[in-house]
Ligand binder design. Structure first.
Ligand SMILES: NC(=O)c1ccc[n+]([C@@H]2O[C@H](COP(=O)([O-])OP(=O)(O)OC[C@H]3O[C@@H](n4cnc5c(N)ncnc54)[C@H](OP(=O)(O)O)[C@@H]3O)[C@@H](O)[C@H]2O)c1
Length: 254
């Protein structure tokens, strides 16, 4: 048996048109899956679909702001219409959110971040879970959390709070869905170079490198393998877990 074979599987990836989401998609199609890429930007969606097709993979992109429940419902309907089913879901779209001291944070910015980093995961998972249960099909649900869900994120309390919240959601759903052969896990990347991190101060990046056991930042290529592992039979007895991939950042002692 090839434990990593994803032929015949359909994976939905929110925030799949760039960064970590697109890296997941590349790994998944290389293992044989078809991918539904969700994102807001028409141009990025089109470009991402072309990237996947250039790898010989089958992809379709869907315009969707995942913070809007009605758009999630519509995009899910369109995804099912196009692919027939969804077996694997990466709830990946996210944002760094507002920075600054908590007592000065603007609540509108706080709520916007909660809508994306937490509520959108629930909206998306609800659609996928209902469909899997209706089909009696096995499934894989994976959320992109962050090491910010484990360590303190001073001056970015909201980001750490949401990334910890989805770990609780992951554990709860692992219990709810285990008997239905649906595994639910979280990926916790360290620092990976994407649009989200492009404007990070140089001193911050140097600090991250210093605290990484490998001395390196994470690369997008490295995100491909973890996506295949968590989406495939290779991880069938792993559920409710935090899969930390940070080059050892969180175990570094100083
Ligand atoms: N980069 C890192 O170092 C790092 C580390 C730990 C965790 N993470 C997490 O990894 C995930 C992906 O981050 P990234 O670094 O790849 O960021 P990115 O390059 O900025 O990508 C974000 C993706 O989310 C989509 N998106 C944003 N808002 C959306 C919305 N309202 N509805 C639908 N899609 C939306 C974007 O597409 P559109 O703009 O077209 O909507 C884009 O595809 C996030 O959850 C982030 O918190 C990143």
């Amino acid at each position: 048996m090839n434990f990593f074979n994803l032929e015949g599987k359909v994976a939905l990836i929110t925030g799949g048109n760039g960064g970590i989401g697109l890296a997941y998609a590349k790994g998944l199609v290389k293992a044989g899956a078809k991918v539904a890429l969700w994102g807001r930007s028409t141009e990025k969606n089109k470009a991402a679909k072309e990237v996947i097709q250039s790898l010989g993979g089958e992809a379709e992109s869907f315009e969707c702001d995942v913070t809007d429940r009605a758009q999630v419902d519509t995009a899910f309907e369109e995804t099912i219409k196009h692919f027939g089913a969804v077996d694997i879901c990466f709830a990946n779209a996210g944002v760094a959110g507002p920075s600054g001291m908590l007592h000065k944070l603007d609540m509108a910015a706080w709520n916007k971040m909660i809508d994306l980093n937490l509520n959108s995961v629930v909206y998306t998972y609800q659609k996928v879970i209902a469909q899997l249960l209706e089909r009696g099909a096995p499934g894989k649900l994976i959320v992109t959390s962050s090491i910010a869900g484990l360590v303190g994120t001073g001056h970015a309390a909201g980001y750490g709070t949401t990334k910890a919240a989805v770990l609780g959601l992951t554990r709860a759903l692992a219990i709810e869905l285990g008997r239905n052969n649906i595994q639910v896990n979280a990926v916790l990347p360290g620092y990976v170079g994407t649009d989200m991190t492009a404007n990070a101060p140089k001193a911050f990046i140097e600090g991250v490198k210093r605290r990484s056991c490998s001395g390196q930042l994470g690369s997008l290529d490295q995100m491909e393998g973890v996506a295949v592992f968590l989406a495939s039979a290779a991880s069938d007895y792993i559920t409710g877990q935090n899969i930390v991939m940070d080059g050892g950042h969180t175990v570094f002692p100083y």
